[in-house]
Ligand binder design. Structure first.
Ligand code: NAD
Length: 263
């Protein structure tokens, strides 16, 4: 039986490792032809070789680099059907110490990078009359954190950009959605997972009681990229094990108070 992305050509930015790699693997398993676009050349080549795909070196924060990526894929394959704008960096710092340089670098990759991927792929998709874009946002787009001001702002920006791009591109048959991952087992969360108390606090705050896996995110991305999501655009699908339901420092007290009140 043909896979759910059979016949589609997809770019996955940041696909050399982590979530992007999980997305690329799931796409390949659903018969998509996958192009991994990443700044890390050797890791991208390895990830591509593992799925019979190809890799292109790309810095998503540079317009010329993203344009060259899309041009190259369209020239080689004669089509592009899916753009997954996933590349991102963390860049945490206490708010009062956050430097202009760190702010700019996080926004450049996480927000301008997603903008460039959406606009450049969007122009191509608009010209051919169809396509799907999947952006990677985060649960931190929706919750405050004292050390992630730049990251959280970039991800809230990704959510807003997803809405704007969806509104602009719908008339051309182009769908734009985002995934909002919770805490996923990748290098980005290595520090958290290496600290037993911190790791446990994440599990405790997650309704399903565990970290997510790159495959959990890949499964959601397959759905949003596929024709099964033909009537879905401008949405953020939080794939977070229910973390957003509980992420409130006083959540437990509130829950106890509500339970008592409703008794
Ligand atoms: P990761 O650090 O493991 O992988 C990120 C990938 O992006 C790397 O391969 C890296 O080389 C690439 N990259 C970085 N800058 C780039 C650039 N300028 N151009 C092209 N590629 C670049 O991170 P991850 O955990 O896989 O995160 C992937 C995405 O998911 C990010 O947008 C991140 O913010 C988001 N996210 C992750 C989590 C999590 O728990 N891991 C949670 C929510 C959101």
């Amino acid at each position: 039986m043909a896979g759910r992305l059979n016949g589609k050509v997809a770019i996955v930015t940041g696909g050399a490792r982590g979530l992007g790699r999980g997305i690329a693997q799931r796409f390949a398993a659903e018969d998509a032809r996958v192009v991994i676009a990443d700044i890390a050349e050797a890791a991208a080549a390895d990830a591509a070789a593992a799925i019979d795909g190809e890799s292109v070196v790309c810095d998503v924060s540079e317009r010329a680099s993203v344009q060259a990526l899309v041009d190259r894929v369209v020239a080689k394959h004669g089509q592009l059907d899916v753009m997954v704008a996933n590349a991102g960096i963390a860049g945490g710092a206490p708010f009062l110490e956050l430097s202009d340089e760190l702010w700019d670098s996080v926004i450049a990759v996480n927000l301008r990078g997603v903008f460039l991927c959406n606009q450049i792929a969007g122009r191509y998709f608009a010209g051919r009359g169809g396509g799907a874009i999947v952006n990677t946002a985060s649960i931190l787009s929706a919750r405050a954190n004292p050390t992630t001001a730049a990251y959280s702002a970039s991800k809230a920006g990704v959510v807003s950009l997803t809405h704007s791009a969806a509104a602009a591109l719908g008339q051309f048959g182009v769908r734009v959605n985002a995934i909002g991952p919770g805490y996923i087992e990748t290098q980005m969360t290595e520090g958290i997972r290496a600290d037993p108390a911190m790791a446990q606090s994440v599990r405790d705050a997650t309704v399903l009681g565990r970290f997510g896996t790159p495959t959990d995110i890949g499964d959601a991305a397959v759905f949003l990229a596929s024709d099964e999501a033909a009537y879905i655009t401008g949405q953020v699908l939080f794939v977070d094990g229910g973390w957003l339901l509980h992420r409130n420092p006083r959540g437990e007290q509130m829950q106890r108070a509500t339970t008592t009140a409703l008794r």
